[in-house]
Design a protein around this ligand. Structure first.
Ligand SMILES: [Zn+2]
Length: 387
């Protein structure tokens, strides 16, 4: 069923049209609770992202997290293995042990403590709770009290971690903009969130994923799209699980690089990557100049290689204008075929030539092997390689 009026724009693409209503989740909350007692779970009509269309706003969520201890009396202390795994994964991407890392919404600093064990030295934790900041300090870790949105731009970091944060955030676009400013250029942003694409496989408690706090349901695709919109390249991801209070939930981790690209969307992603590849390949234009010289000089040349590479060169590089006296290839299936008006012969045919023209090595990857073979055959011809 389509939902015609949305209260919340899509947190990934900011779209507002054509959302599909999937479910309405209701809660009975303690009196005076800052969050609403129901929200709709919708799928964005533009990008497919699934999220809670909640009547609350970011202020209500900030208020809730500020007062959370009132509502959540019993904090469960998650198994530290969770932080060990997460720290090991993060540490594998951090470029230098002295790179600065800020863990945003760090709680009691368990993740930072694990990162420190892995040799990282410049670590900072940020949390809105005074209790958490004191816990950090007692562990000898730098702590800042503050919200995700109030991170000071005074210092830039090489890495930022949003572990178990983004699924809670009403204004996801705002946090991504903050991260872009907080990180150095090419700085790394680590995101760890529940993986909505695998909810059906980890369905222990009915509607557990639609709790009062989790208002964004990310997966690999929506994380990629979110990054694209805010100039981040996704440079790694991991599908994993986490076990809390005997319940296993699917998680997806991703690491973005702060590429500061212009905003893009999923429709132009592959197109832009391939366009970049074409530009790069044209700039390198393997052998273009060499072939141009051969063609202009009308020098006689033997082309070694009758595969895809030669096909492209014949069509695009001017190779067809060269004074080709013979095309050879070791591949028996190609021998006897005609390419560009030349019958493909076995390399041994070179010996029967009375002249001694240069051999142009026209293969994509095995040029070293071809040169070795020419030498092993005892041929004294000049060898021209296009790289
Ligand atoms: Zn969307």
């Amino acid at each position: 069923m389509l939902k015609t009026s949305l209260r919340r724009a899509c947190p990934v693409c900011a779209g507002r049209s054509g959302a599909e209503l999937l479910h309405t989740q209701r809660f009975v909350l303690p009196a005076g609770h800052p969050l609403p007692d129901k929200y709709d779970v919708v799928a964005c009509g533009s990008c497919g992202f699934v999220y809670a269309d909640t009547p609350a706003d970011q202020d209500a969520y900030d208020k809730y997290y500020g007062e959370m201890s009132k509502y959540e009396m019993a904090y469960t202390s998650p198994d530290t293995s969770l932080f060990i795994d997460r720290a090991a994964w993060i540490s594998g991407f951090v470029r230098g042990r002295g790179d600065s890392v800020i863990d945003i919404g760090c709680g009691n600093g368990e993740l930072i403590a694990e990162l420190r064990k892995l040799g990282l030295t410049d670590l900072t934790g940020l949390d809105p709770s005074e209790k958490c900041v004191s816990a950090l300090k007692s562990r000898g870790i730098r702590g800042i009290r503050g919200s995700v949105f109030s991170v000071s731009a005074g210092r830039k970091y090489d890495c930022a971690v949003l572990s178990g944060v983004l699924e809670h955030i009403y204004d996801v676009g705002k946090i991504m903009k903050t991260m872009s400013r907080l990180l150095t250029r090419r700085g790394l942003l680590f995101v760890c969130v529940p993986d909505a694409s695998r909810y059906p496989e980890y369905d222990a408690v009915p509607f557990d994923y639609f709790n009062i706090e989790h208002i964004n349901h990310f997966d690999e695709t929506s994380l990629l799209n979110l990054g694209l919109r805010h100039g981040f390249n996704m440079v790694g991801s991991l599908k994993t699980t986490v076990t809390l209070s005997k319940t296993t939930q699917p998680m997806v981790f991703c690491v973005y690089e702060n590429a500061q690209n212009p905003a893009a969307d999923s429709r132009s992603y592959s197109r832009n990557r391939v366009a970049a590849y074409i530009g790069q390949t044209n700039a390198k234009a393997a052998g273009g100049r060499v072939i141009g010289r051969l063609a202009r000089g009308k020098r006689e040349v033997i082309v070694w290689g009758a595969g895809n590479y030669t096909s492209r060169l014949l069509a695009c590089s001017g190779l067809a204008k060269c004074n080709i006296v013979m095309v050879v290839d070791n591949d028996r299936h190609k021998q006897g075929m005609s390419i560009g008006g030349h019958t493909v012969r076995p390399p041994a045919a070179i010996r029967r030539l009375k002249k001694n023209p240069a051999i142009l090595v026209s293969v994509a990857v095995f040029s070293a092997e071809v040169i070795a073979e020419i030498r092993a055959m005892g041929l004294s011809n000049e060898v021209i390689v296009l790289k």
